[in-house]
Design a protein around this ligand. Structure first.
Ligand code: SF4
Ligand code: SF4
Length: 127
């Protein structure tokens, strides 16, 4: 008999709560050395596929309704940046293929996500 008593809690339990429900004065996580991320990303090499974006925003107008635009906050490679008109500009060239954007866009399901073709994409220094 399989034992499911150690099942993980629902996925949304892992997400950071919206700032409106974080108690005032509660400690907040912060990145102690933002430049460290940049230094680590610089160790990777990218073989960018110029003919095919492996990720794309399906409908840029949908992003206007997206209150939190978490893709901007959560992408470790800064592939999503806010546009002046409230939409989001996406570039796939520096993508580390972590899949975070696909998850955080779960409300609108507005990201088409695939891996790059074989031979393209990120190459991690340590495999
Ligand atoms: S999370 Fe999805 S819907 Fe929201 S801004 Fe990003 S791509 Fe658009
Ligand atoms: S898969 Fe990761 S690195 Fe690539 S665009 Fe999405 S969040 Fe950014």
């Amino acid at each position: 008999m399989l034992d499911f008593s150690h099942e993980h809690p629902p996925f949304h339990r892992y997400l950071r709560p919206p700032m409106s429900v974080v108690a005032e004065g509660a400690p907040r996580s912060r990145i102690l050395d933002p430049a460290a991320i940049e230094r680590k990303l610089a160790l990777n090499t990218y073989n960018v596929d110029p003919t095919r974006a492996h990720i794309r925003i399906i409908d840029h107008d949908v992003c206007l309704q997206c209150e939190r635009q978490q893709c901007i906050n959560c992408c470790p490679a800064n592939c999503y940046v806010p546009a002046d008109d409230g939409r989001v500009v996406f570039s796939y060239e520096g993508c580390v293929e972590c899949g975070t954007c696909r998850i955080v866009c779960h409300v609108y399901d507005n990201i088409e996500w695939t891996y790059p073709r074989g031979g393209f994409g990120i190459q991690y220094q340590h495999g």
